[in-house]
Design a protein around this ligand. Structure first.
Ligand code: CS2
Length: 492
């Protein structure tokens, strides 16, 4: 099908047949949510739920203004693409049975690239209509010390924001400066809603926002503490990276020449605490679960789904796989993941009421095997320094303390080491790898990986049983190669 339709507000009346149109009048919308970090995940998840709220009618004041904070050519290009399309985009959702649906999403009505005009971004959040600031700034974006949990005020971008707070470069600088204006103007606070995959993401965001505010102005920090709420949430939907091949595939199917389409699995879940100090859209009417026991959902998602992603990505990449579903057709990968979940994780977890961990496991395996999604193992592998400790640390310490089977977690870490040191020739993208970490990795110390800043708080190098299991895993990987070394971890 030729791509004839350019996507913008004028195209909405003549969308091709297979595409779900927008069923509300975008000209009547007002932004009530400012979202920082408008990546694929946000556009496939929160923006879709808000789109559904807008479809209900009566919620015109809950649209989204997107705010990008990235510097560099890719971020500037993203801003240009979204603005050229009046912030419209297509979302294609692929089900495990091979069917797909494509919809044009209209809930983002405005996009600001903050580095171009930081003061305008501050003013946008200070606007009285904005009642929620939501965030997807990645797991590593909260600037907290891994072991103490303290906010790191000496990080260069934070130090710069503290010196010139009117022109913030960081999400915390931006939020706190906007809150300062709101306080000075006699306005109310708002809700800061993290949608990142972190344990207790509300508590973590509170710590980061208050940490920055305290360093800037303790009185303002006290006002924020009273006037801003930070709900914890669990968010879930697999949204692969979208490169030229994914764009061509989505656009050929939709008949729309979208410069920035989003694709994802059909599964989606959002569990959040009902702690919105300045109101919220009717999320419960569009499938969001508002529950107090969010942390239990975060725990199972992090320790089962995200940890499985980590566990499979490095070993699978070393075996030559590039896509998640392709790796899921390798019986060793599936055997290793099943053993990890059934033996290493589930016996140590309690699920939320009404959730069977066995069924949750089966669902994770099914979702990963979804051929249509085309999720990339490298997308998951990248930023392992930030993600591995978040998703695997509890399992690592519990297995070590309880004399559990350390083969699978050690194999994952040995493969991670091979990736991280560049020995595998896979592209390494690890923004949080410090100069000290690099020196350590080059030092020839066989336990260097366990001593990296991300892992040192776990003390794995000081545990004789873990150090031994890790050494065996390194040797097996070197001597047997990635396939046989992986197969050796599957036997129960
Ligand atoms: C992935 C997540 O980045 C990762 O490591 O595990 O992006 C995962 O796809 C999402 O959390 C699914 O909800």
């Amino acid at each position: 099908m030729p791509n004839t339709i350019t996507l913008d507000a004028n195209a909405l009346v003549r969308l091709p047949e297979p595409v779900n149109p927008i069923r509300y009048d975008r000209r009547r919308l007002v932004a009530g949510i400012a979202h920082i970090g408008v990546g694929n995940f946000h556009r496939a998840h929160e923006a879709l739920y808000i789109h559904r709220c807008l479809e209900l009618g009566q919620n015109e004041d809950w649209a989204i203004v997107g705010i990008g904070m990235g510097i560099g050519a890719a971020s500037a290009q993203k801003a240009e693409d979204l603005i050229a399309q009046d912030c419209l985009y297509t979302l294609t959702e692929y089900a495990t049975n091979g069917t797909s649906t494509c919809s044009v999403i209209g809930s983002i009505i405005e996009y600001l690239h903050a580095p171009d005009n930081p003061e305008a971004a501050v003013e946008r959040i200070a606007d009285p209509h904005i009642r929620i600031v939501s965030l997807t700034i990645t797991e590593g974006g909260y600037n907290l010390d891994e072991s103490s949990g303290a906010f790191l005020i000496s990080t260069p971008s934070i130090a710069t924001d503290l010196l010139s707070p009117e022109k913030p470069l960081t999400p915390f600088g931006l939020i706190v400066q906007a809150l300062r204006l709101r306080r000075d103007r006699g306005m109310g606070g708002l809700t800061v809603m993290s949608c990142d995959n972190l344990r207790s993401n509300g508590i973590v965001s509170r710590r980061a926002v208050l940490g920055y505010a305290t360093a800037l102005d303790p009185e303002l920090a006290a006002w924020i503490d009273e006037n801003v709420s930070f709900p914890n949430s669990m968010v879930d939907r697999i949204a692969p990276s979208v490169g030229p091949a994914e764009i061509a595939r989505a656009n050929t199917a939709s008949g729309i020449a979208d410069r920035s389409p989003v694709v994802g699995e059909s599964f989606t879940q959002w569990v959040i605490e009902d702690k919105f100090i300045a109101g919220r859209p009717p999320l419960e009417k569009v499938g969001v679960e508002l529950r107090p026991d969010v942390e239990q959902f975060e725990t199972i998602k992090g320790r089962m789904l995200n940890a499985s992603h980590m566990m499979m990505s490095y070993p699978s990449l070393l075996c030559g796989h590039r896509l998640v579903d392709e790796a899921m057709r390798d019986e060793n990968v599936v055997g290793y993941l099943n053993a990890f979940l059934e033996v290493d994780v589930i016996p140590r977890l309690t699920g939320p009421e009404g959730v069977s961990l066995q069924e949750y496991k089966d669902m994770v395996i099914d979702r990963f095997a979804n051929k249509a999604v085309g999720d990339q193992l490298l997308r998951i592998a990248h930023n392992g320094i930030a993600k591995l400790p978040i998703f695997l640390s509890k399992t690592l310490t519990e297995l070590t303390e309880e004399n559990g089977d350390l083969r699978r977690v050690s194999h994952c870490l040995a493969c991670f080491e091979t990736y991280l040191t560049g020995r595998s020739a896979l592209p390494v993208n690890e923004p949080l790898l410090t100069a000290t970490d690099k020196t350590l990795l080059d030092s020839g110390d066989p336990l260097a990986l366990l001593k990296l800043s991300a892992f040192s708080a776990l003390g794995l190098d000081a545990s004789p049983s873990f150090a031994e299991a890790f050494t065996i895993a390194q040797n097996q990987l070197a001597q047997l190669g990635p396939q046989l070394a992986l197969a050796a971890t599957v036997r129960r």
